[in-house]
Write a protein that binds this ligand. Structure first.
Ligand code: NAG
Ligand code: NAG
Ligand code: NAG
Ligand code: NAG
Length: 433
């Protein structure tokens, strides 16, 4: 845990920001509006701790000249994984970005009507589009193009839920766009805060659900006079009922978490305070974010392994690993930006960084849970690929009309680099058979 203390130094600086933010906003806004803006920025400022050291000069991107031509022109018509045996076992998550031979976005902001406004980067003035022209190339095999028909046939009659925060939602929104090119989904449920969503694809009898769970375990925000304080209490040993109670209905659960842990949080076990993140109180044990995160994943995966109501063999759980933010030259509220227009080289990515450590604790808990052999677990390990994609974020192009000057370097533009998560998801589901 020693090496991880450094990234936290930013927190002291950022801790006061929510107040500055309130003072800086025009008086007329309702507290509800404030709350939603704040929760967005509480979320956004989390990656303060995760800033990569800015690299000087241009990134030299590997640009294979001949090899790239063989890719995907006809891949989606081939029976995936049938042609090459090694493709069943190759590591999909270790590779590099290569230029694709065509405009590789699967959809546009007119062919997909469900892109959330804040991810519709082109609508909000993003001028460069070269970030769409990259394809993830695993070192030992090819990653097939996303074929919505193959995906929908695989999940026919099934129920799939994304369980997590707004980055999980970003993943789901990418999948919605990809699938909508084959069938327009029905929007069947939306809560008042647009956090729980349900979509239905009638032709394939497929249910796609977003279950909002920022921490995966039970977590409550401390309120003062009806206003959120941004301080949370987590029950490290209790899975969040919002997803735990629907688990038995699901065929696929895609879980993820991390970005909400970079804040003042009190940690409880068996109803007793056992420590905190960032509280700096003399008699309270300090937990680093990765330590807390590993306990949260332990509890969550254990809950899945021991699910009593779950029909044997029905559920496939997929852990989506940590997706890094890319603020450079500052943090979200000090002018940090992310305006690169092309990927980074693998050699320019720091695998000693805290992002990678978060991914590793998630992988560790995943391996432990899987080795119990009680239910099926798979991983979609996006961290390495996304550490190379500082060009994939909205930056200033997220429709931030109230918050000019603040950049979103946490979420991902649609269409964009995040679409690869669903190529990886499909390939992973296909391997599972
Ligand atoms: C792709 O398939 C089509 C017909 O199925 C064929 O005409 C074309 O030559 C193929 N392209 C490549 C690059 O193999
Ligand atoms: C799509 O993006 C273009 C810019 O590329 C923008 O002019 C247009 O308003 C956007 N359309 C929608 C429906 O968001
Ligand atoms: C909460 O409201 C009460 C009554 O309006 C007030 O006296 C108190 O100072 C408030 N507490 C905080 C922390 O704002
Ligand atoms: C990125 O933004 C920074 C700060 O606004 C600016 O100094 C820099 O020139 C920008 N870079 C590009 C490539 O636009």
């Amino acid at each position: 845990m020693k090496t991880s203390s450094k990234p936290f130094h930013n927190y002291g600086k950022s801790k006061t920001c929510p107040n500055l933010l309130i003072k800086g906003l025009p008086y007329v806004f309702t507290s509800l509006f404030l709350a939603s803006i704040l929760s967005f920025f509480f979320f956004l400022y989390s990656p303060n701790s995760l800033i990569l050291v800015p690299k000087q000069g241009h990134d030299i991107i590997e640009n294979p000249s001949q090899k790239q031509e063989h890719q995907h022109a006809n891949t989606s018509t081939l029976p995936p994984w049938k042609s090459h045996k090694e493709e069943k076992t190759c590591d999909l998550f270790k590779g590099h970005w290569i230029r694709s031979i065509r405009d590789s976005s699967y959809y546009t902001n007119s062919s997909c009507t469900t892109i959330p406004d804040s991810k519709n980067c082109f609508k909000h003035g993003r001028m460069d589009n070269d970030f769409l022209n990259w394809k993830w190339k695993p070192d030992q095999c090819d990653l097939p193009m996303f074929d919505p028909r193959i995906f929908l046939q695989m999940v026919r009659g099934k129920k799939l839920a994304f369980i997590g925060d707004s980055v999980a939602r970003n993943h789901m929104d990418s999948l919605l766009c990809l699938l909508s090119q084959e069938e327009t989904p029905q929007d069947i449920y939306k809560d008042s805060e647009d956090r729980y969503r349900k979509f239905y694809f009638p032709k394939y009898d497929f249910n796609l659900i977003m279950v909002w769970s920022r921490f995966l375990v039970q977590g409550e925000e401390r309120m003062v006079n009806g206003t959120g304080t941004g301080i949370f209490d987590l029950q490290l040993d209790k899975a969040d009922e919002d997803w735990a109670n629907v688990l038995h209905e699901l065929d696929y659960a895609i879980i993820s978490a991390a970005h909400w842990f970079f804040r003042l949080i009190y940690l409880h076990e068996g109803g007793k305070l056992v420590g905190c993140i960032y509280c700096n109180e003399p008699n309270v044990k300090n937990y680093d974010v990765d330590m807390a995160l590993s306990l949260v994943f332990k509890t969550s995966l254990k809950h899945i392994n021991n699910c009593k109501e779950c029909e044997k063999g029905k559920l496939l759980t997929i852990l989506r690993t940590f997706a890094p933010a890319h603020f450079e030259n500052g943090v979200w509220n000090t002018g940090g930006h992310c305006n690169r227009t092309s990927p980074k080289n693998e050699g320019d990515v720091d695998f000693g960084a805290f992002e990678w450590k978060l991914r590793n604790v998630q992988m560790e808990e995943f391996e432990n849970a899987k080795s119990e052999g009680k239910t099926r677990f798979k991983v979609v390990d996006v961290t390495r690929a996304m550490m190379m994609r500082p060009d994939g974020h909205p930056g200033e192009h997220w429709g931030n009309k109230w918050m000019k000057g603040y950049n979103d370097c946490t979420h991902w533009c649609l269409p964009g680099a995040i679409d690869v998560w669903n190529e990886l998801l499909l390939a992973t589901l296909q391997r599972e058979g």
